[in-house]
Write a protein that binds this ligand. Structure first.
Ligand code: AMP
Length: 430
């Protein structure tokens, strides 16, 4: 076994798989731009406090999953980002983005780090793409981010995903609900596990998130947040559902879906895939008007967004048989040099073809013609261009279509023209 292994919970992405990532990222870039979102790239590490404030110190992420390193020279602790929203909001506030334009629609694709126990669909370094719509809080804005997310899934051909949605109401709604939950759980304190006991005091909504099987029956009997919503919150939620219905986006209302942080409000949603097993969430999001204030802003910044896990997206696509069709295309042409003393001429032609925009591969190890042909087929080149002494002298080359075995003899100009026709039909990005 080699001396060095990848760190547990991380993985290498080799070219074949990287091509799939590139394709999916391309769909994300195209659709985000279609909806008027622009890309933002924020640093991979931030001051630890940002996440403590922005995610909440009672969460598992902040409590036990952050990769935090030694304080910098000024004694400030640093952490690898475990999610994107806090960094995006920090960047927006720091650069006063919202003063230049009242609404900012941002999207990202990036790596995240959480010290979780690795298992299928759960890594310590993983990637998400997502969007944040800052500066406007309306049912239309939330519906816009959900629609973008669902359109990415749709464009990738995914089916059978379940969108669950709920309303968390406003701050007052949740305060009343919080009291109701505390009153409900209080008589059952002895049944609660340690984590839930702690949450009962600090943040009882998070008890509803518990995966502990022993608590599920108790949780099922708890009051519903929905019953504590004021009429304006109900109306807001119904408008979101109306937009989704109009856009043929199927959803299921899940009254137990909560985001246990104070700055979330109104709509929250999650998308799951039955193809994923225990870690079945593929993405989620909601409205988080209070985050900016949590990060020190003097006022709320209306905001909503979503995040989707790339690895889980790929696993789901694989299970649904959607990846085979996305195989990266081979080169347009493989130059087969018939004798060693023509190798330099072959290289010149490769330069010429590449300069013309034709994806060209050529042997660099002076291998036999048979080996070159084998390689051309292995890498699925569309054509082989044969360079022999007779061709060299006459300035005519044999171009063979490797799919049909059809072969023609052409001048180099005609070869370029023929291959360019193909490139135009099947551009690189396809
Ligand atoms: P969250 O930020 O926890 O709401 O996660 C959003 C999405 O990121 C999830 O639905 C998953 O698809 C993905 N995700 C979260 N944690 C991990 C992880 N440790 N490994 C792989 N994907 C993850």
């Amino acid at each position: 076994m080699p001396q060095y292994q990848a760190v547990k919970g991380t993985r290498d992405i080799f070219p074949e798989e990287a091509a799939l990532w590139k394709y999916i990222e391309g769909v994300v870039h195209t659709l985000a731009s279609l909806y008027g979102f622009s890309e933002i790239r924020t640093p991979v590490f931030e001051y630890t406090e940002l996440f403590q404030r922005g995610i909440g110190s009672t969460t598992d992420i902040v409590g036990k999953e952050m990769f935090t390193f030694q304080p910098d020279a000024k004694g400030r602790s640093l952490t690898l980002r475990p999610e994107m929203t806090a960094g995006v909001m920090r960047a927006a506030l720091q650069s006063n983005l919202l003063s230049s334009a009242p609404v900012h629609k941002l999207y990202y694709i990036g790596e995240l780090f959480r010290k979780e126990r690795p298992q299928a669909g759960r890594q310590r370094q993983f990637s998400q793409f997502g969007a944040e719509l800052l500066g406007v809080s309306s049912p239309a804005a939330v519906a816009e981010v959900i629609t973008l997310m669902m359109q990415v899934f749709r464009s990738l051909g995914l089916h059978g995903l379940k969108l669950r949605i709920n309303s968390l109401g406003d701050t007052d709604d949740r305060l009343r609900y919080r009291e109701a939950l505390q009153a409900y759980f209080a008589p059952f304190q002895d049944m609660l596990d340690e984590a839930s006991k702690e949450r009962l005091e600090k943040n009882p909504l998070r008890i509803l998130d518990s995966k502990n099987p022993a608590l599920q029956e108790l949780i099922a009997g708890a009051p519903r947040l929905y019953d504590y919503l004021n009429p304006a919150s109900v109306q807001d939620f119904e408008k979101v559902l109306f937009y989704l219905g109009e856009r043929d986006i199927a959803f299921e209302i899940d009254y137990r879906l909560v985001r246990g942080l104070d700055y979330y409000c109104n709509t929250a949603f999650e998308v799951t895939s039955s193809e994923l097993g225990a870690q079945d969430a593929i993405g989620g999001g909601g409205r988080y008007d209070g985050l900016a204030r949590e990060l020190g802003s003097s006022s709320d910044v209306p905001a909503s967004g979503f995040a989707v896990g790339m690895e889980r997206l790929l696993i789901t696509m694989e299970k649904q048989g959607l990846l085979a069709a996305l195989e990266a295309p081979g080169p347009d042409v493989y130059i087969v040099v018939q004798q060693v003393d023509l190798a330099d001429h072959g290289l010149q032609i490769a330069c010429r073809l590449r300069n013309a925009g034709i994806r060209t591969e050529i042997d660099l190890a002076a291998r036999s013609m048979k080996a070159q042909m084998r390689e051309a087929n292995r890498i699925k080149a569309s054509y082989a261009l044969f360079i022999g002494m007779a061709e060299y002298t006459a300035g005519l080359y044999s171009l063979k279509n490797l799919a049909t075995s059809e072969q023609t003899t052409l001048s180099l100009d005609a070869v370029v023209e023929r291959l360019l026709e193909r490139v135009e039909k099947e551009p690189l990005s396809s």
